[in-house]
Design a protein around this ligand. Structure first.
Ligand code: C2E
Ligand code: SIN
Ligand code: SIN
Ligand code: FE
Ligand code: FE
Length: 381
C-alpha cells in the first residue's frame, strides 16, 4: 500500500447543503450495500405541542405514510420505547395485524413485514423516531443492529443539527417579529392563522400530486410563513399604523417591506453563519416575493407565474385570505364568504387558482383554525 492514499469520501454529502431528505436517501443507499433487506428508512418528527409524531423524511420505493400525523397516545408501544429510551425490533409485523392503530396498519398494508425503531433524542428531549423497515420477515440479525445503531446515531446527529439551525433561525426571526407585533398589536393571531392556512393549502396540493411538496418542505413552509412580513419592521409607524388609505408616496414606502424583509433575512442568516442553511431560499422567497402576482403586475420584481415559487404563491393566498377576514386599521374584517368571493375574483389573474380552490374546499378546517386562533375584533360569520 502507498504511504498516502486518497479515498473517495463517501460521507461528504452529509456536510453539503442537500436537504435532510436527500441525505437520508444517500445513507439508505449505503445501508443497502450491507443490508439489502432494509427497504425503507424513515424519520418521524415529534411535535411536543400536539404530542404527536409526524412523518418528516423518508427514503423508500413507496411513500406509505405521507402527511401523516399520529398522536403518541395512539401508539402505546412507541410511547414505551420513548420512555425507556430503548430500540425495538419487530421481526414479524403480523403481531400488529390486529392492532387498531392506523399507522401500523398503514405500514403493514404497504407490505412491510419487519421493523427496527429507534427513538431520537437531543440531550434528554425526545425529538422523533427513526424506522428501518423491510418487506421480509425475520431479516434483521443481531449483529446487523450494531451497525444500524451507528447509522441511527448519525441520523440522530443530522436531525439535531438541522433542528438546531432551524430553531436558531426561527428563534431569531421570532424575536424580531415580537418587535413588529409590539409596534403593531393589530397583527394579533394573523401569523398563527396564515401559517396554518399555508400548511393546509400545501398539504392539499401535495395530496393532489403536486411535485416537490414533501413533508419536510411543508413543515418548513409552516415554520417560515409567519416571517413573510418581517420587513414591516423597517416601515415608519406613521405609515404602518395609518388608520386610513395610504397616499401614493406612503404606498411606495410600504411596498418596500418585501425587499426589506429579504435584506433582513440575509443579514440575520449572515450573523448566525447560516448563509448555506438548506431552507434559506424558502425563507427568502416567502419574504421577498409574497406580493408578486401571477399576472406579472405585483411587486417588487413583477415576476410572472412561472417565475414565482410555489411556496410564495401558497403564502400569498394564505396571507390575503387572512388579511381580508381580519380587522385592519384601514379596513373592517370581512366574512369568510365575502373573502372567498374576493379570492375567486383574484384567482387566475393575481392568485394561483389551485391554491384558492383547495383553501375553499377545506372550509371546515379553515373555520377550525379561526376558532382556535381567533382575534377579539375578528368576525368570521
Ligand atoms: P396586510 O394588511 O397584511 O394585507 C396583506 C394583503 O392582503 C394586501 O397586500 C392585499 O393583497 C390583501 N388585502 C388586504 N386588504 C384587502 C382588501 O380590502 N381588498 C383586497 N382585494 N385585498 C386586500 P398589499 O395590498 O400589497 O398591502 C401590503 C400591506 O400594505 C398591507 O398588509 C398593509 O400593511 C399595507 N396597506 C395596504 N393598503 C393599505 C391602506 O389602504 N392603508 C394602510 N394603512 N395600510 C395599507
Ligand atoms: C404501536 O404503538 O406501534 C402501534 C400498536 C398498534 O397499532 O396497536
Ligand atoms: C412507522 O414507520 O411510522 C411506524 C412503524 C412502526 O411502528 O414500527
Ligand atoms: Fe406583506
Ligand atoms: Fe400578512
Amino acid at each position: 500500500m502507498e504511504d498516502i492514499v486518497l479515498t473517495h469520501g463517501r460521507y461528504k454529502n452529509l456536510h453539503s447543503t442537500a436537504s435532510l431528505g436527500e441525505k437520508l436517501q444517500h445513507l439508505h443507499q449505503m445501508i443497502q450495500q450491507d443490508f439489502a433487506y432494509v427497504d425503507r428508512v424513515a424519520v418521524a418528527l415529534y411535535d411536543r405541542e400536539m404530542n404527536a409524531l409526524k412523518t418528516f423524511v423518508q427514503s423508500a420505493k413507496d411513500l406509505p405514510l405521507q402527511f401523516y400525523e399520529c398522536l403518541m397516545e395512539n401508539a402505546p408501544s412507541l410511547m414505551e420505547i420513548k420512555a425507556l429510551k430503548q430500540n425495538r425490533l419487530v421481526n414479524d409485523m403480523t403481531v400488529f395485524k390486529n392492532g387498531t392503530h392506523e399507522h401500523t396498519q398503514n405500514i403493514a398494508s404497504k407490505g412491510y413485514q419487519a421493523s427496527y425503531s429507534v427513538p431520537l433524542f437531543d440531550c434528554d428531549a425526545f425529538i422523533g423516531m427513526l424506522f428501518f423497515n423491510s418487506y421480509q420477515k425475520k431479516v434483521f440479525k443481531k449483529q446487523d443492529l450494531t451497525t444500524l445503531d451507528l447509522y441511527a446515531q448519525l441520523i440522530n446527529s443530522l436531525m439535531i443539527n438541522k433542528l438546531q439551525s432551524t430553531q436558531m433561525l426561527v428563534g431569531s426571526f421570532r424575536s424580531c417579529l415580537s418587535l413588529v407585533s409590539y409596534k403593531d398589536p393589530e397583527t394579533g393571531n394573523h401569523l398563527e392563522r396564515m401559517a396554518r392556512y399555508a400548511r393546509l393549502i400545501a398539504r392539499a396540493l401535495a395530496k393532489e400530486g403536486h411535485p416537490g411538496l414533501t413533508d419536510e418542505f411543508i413543515e418548513n413552509l409552516f415554520l417560515f410563513a409567519p416571517l413573510h412580513d418581517i420587513g414591516k419592521i423597517g416601515i415608519p409607524d406613521n405609515i404602518l399604523l395609518k388608520p386610513g388609505r395610504l397616499d401614493e408616496e406612503e404606498w411606495k414606502i410600504m411596498q418596500t417591506h418585501s425587499s426589506k424583509g429579504r435584506d433582513i433575512i440575509d443579514a440575520i442568516a449572515g450573523h448566525l453563519g447560516l448563509q448555506s442553511f438548506e431552507h434559506l431560499t424558502l425563507l427568502q422567497n416567502i419574504s421577498g416575493s409574497h406580493h408578486e402576482t401571477i399576472d406579472g403586475k405585483g411587486y417588487p420584481d413583477r415576476l410572472k407565474k412561472e417565475e414565482i415559487p410555489i411556496e410564495t404563491q401558497i403564502v400569498s393566498v394564505a396571507d390575503i385570505f387572512d388579511a381580508l377576514t381580519s380587522h385592519r386599521s384601514y379596513k373592517p374584517a370581512w366574512s369568510n364568504d365575502a373573502a372567498f368571493e374576493e379570492l375567486n375574483r383574484l384567482s387566475g389573474t393575481k392568485l394561483n387558482p389551485d391554491c384558492v380552490r383547495v383553501l375553499m374546499e377545506n372550509e371546515p378546517a379553515v373555520k377550525e383554525i379561526q376558532q382556535r386562533f381567533g382575534d377579539d375584533q375578528g368576525s368570521h360569520a
